[in-house]
Design a protein around this ligand. Sequence first.
Ligand SMILES: Cc1cc2nc3c(=O)[nH]c(=O)nc-3n(C[C@H](O)[C@H](O)[C@H](O)COP(=O)(O)O)c2cc1C
Length: 350
Amino acid sequence: MSARAALDTPLCAALGVRYPIIQSAMGWVANSQLVSASARAGAFPFLAVATLTADEAEQEIVRVRELTDTPFGVNFLMEQPGARQIVEAIVRHDVRAAGYSRSPNAALIAELKERGVLCVATVGLPRHAEKAVQLGADIVIAQGAEGGGHTGSLATTQLVPLVVAAVDVPVVAAGGFADGRGLIAALALGASGIAMGTRFLLTTESPVPDRVKRRYLEAGPDDTVVSKRIDGLPQRVLRNEFVQELESSGTLDRIVESLKNARTFRAGSKASLGALIRSALALRSTAGANVLHAANTAVLARRALVDGDVIGGVLPAGQVVGRITDLPTCQALVERVVAEAHTTLDALAA
Ligand SMILES: Cc1cc2nc3c(=O)[nH]c(=O)nc-3n(C[C@H](O)[C@H](O)[C@H](O)COP(=O)(O)O)c2cc1C
């Protein structure tokens, strides 16, 4: 098989995308600007709307549509306030795929599929992949422990072959990918492509302030840490003063901080207190998040990724951050990954 044909995987056909490369959803990062740039470059991007209101989500979907006519997906939380309205917007604007991870909702998945939207579930364990496919997932993203943001404990090299063996839909490898060698390694493990988060955060079109990008670029391979203290779920972030304090703080301090963040989140989300409590309870029952601390992730990541506070906010990051040293355009990044994948395959064949 030629190197070119090797990259034309079932994922490309399923998503209608040129290369088997997904730009991952990242709250406050994967906005219409980044999504349209990575879509134009030949990757399949997910717009991240879990931190937006339903109206803001629809505006962003419309904006992507204005900027590019290539296919893209929308990633949301099925228990977030306004989830039903987001589903309507996905269908109305002919979005190719809906992405979700924690707390999948069987009724919403069935409805999305019925209305022609591909369902893409992110999982961290083989049994979660099986469950996701039973619930209707058309594609599964297997994110290993190296990955940024909420993450599991199985390394990508262990997780991907187990998920490939467990399900019969295309599997995308995520967690630790940044280049063409990684793409070929993922294909060798049985995946149909890769998803990259941290790598796309560090591009010129990523909306993150320059000083924050510099903070990421300075990080080494052991500068990330997995903390459960942000919202109760394990989350891989850059080690900074805030996270170190959080790890050593007492219960009372954390409760006070969480209540402040819940108030900030409520003001920003314009959701009723009842809707937010329902959303937090759904997260706890399905994913084990802590109700009291549920709003922390959105507020603390916003503080860093939007307001630029690299000391007092939370900076989700994969271990791969230690290998990333530049800020290419999305176009240059995708071209480089594809070119390197081709030369890697040629070198292996030789
Ligand atoms: C800054 C940042 C924000 C993220 N936000 C989300 C999110 O809102 N929803 C989600 O499903 N995953 C989120 N993730 C996880 C990514 O979608 C992806 O699975 C992960 O970045 C892959 O690992 P990598 O960073 O090693 O490429 C986030 C990751 C990062 C780095």
